[in-house]
Design a protein around this ligand. Structure first.
Ligand code: CU
Length: 161
């Protein structure tokens, strides 16, 4: 595993080629989960957010819950404009139709809210998370803590090879 500083230097030198190469994913019979990442949190923050891209293969998949040792709860959230206010709402499930991809990104839409962090999320950290799907059981993923831009670019690059 690369040391965070070496990894950061590589990204700065070689840009998106390296980010794409350093993307990671998990594949099951039913789906692919590409490049899970979470953004760093300021000291003292008690909540964080994680993002994954979920591609359903030949049948729809439905994410119903998530958990991680880094926080007391992981909630499915949906962030939408309500008038001129951004509002986060709890979502019961995230449904992805067959042969579709749902792309979570900072700034809006679905995300995985880490409620009650045991410690701040620091760039370069990695932590496990369990995603629970209706009919498809649990899928273990590893979440990388990256800036919104780096995480998004790595996930975007993942879809282009
Ligand atoms: Cu949220």
């Amino acid at each position: 595993m690369l040391k965070p500083m070496a990894w950061l230097g590589g990204v700065l030198l070689m840009g998106t080629v390296v980010s794409a190469a350093l993307a990671h994913d998990v594949q099951t019979d039913a789906m692919r989960i590409a490049h899970p990442f979470a953004t760093p949190t300021p000291p003292g923050a008690t909540n964080g957010a994680a993002y994954v891209d979920i591609t359903a293969f030949s049948a729809p998949v439905t994410l119903v819950s998530a958990s991680s040792p880094v926080s007391s709860n992981v909630e499915l959230h949906d962030m939408q404009m309500d008038g001129d206010m951004m509002q986060m709402r709890h979502a019961d499930e995230i449904h992805i139709e067959a042969e579709n991809t749902y792309t979570m990104r900072p700034g809006g839409g679905f995300h995985l809210m880490l409620i009650g962090l045991t410690e701040p999320l620091t760039e370069g950290d990695r932590f496990p998370m369990t995603l629970t799907f209706a009919d498809h059981g649990d899928v273990e993923i590893e979440v990388w803590v990256q800036s919104a831009q780096e995480g998004s670019e790595a996930a975007d690059g993942h879809h282009h090879h």
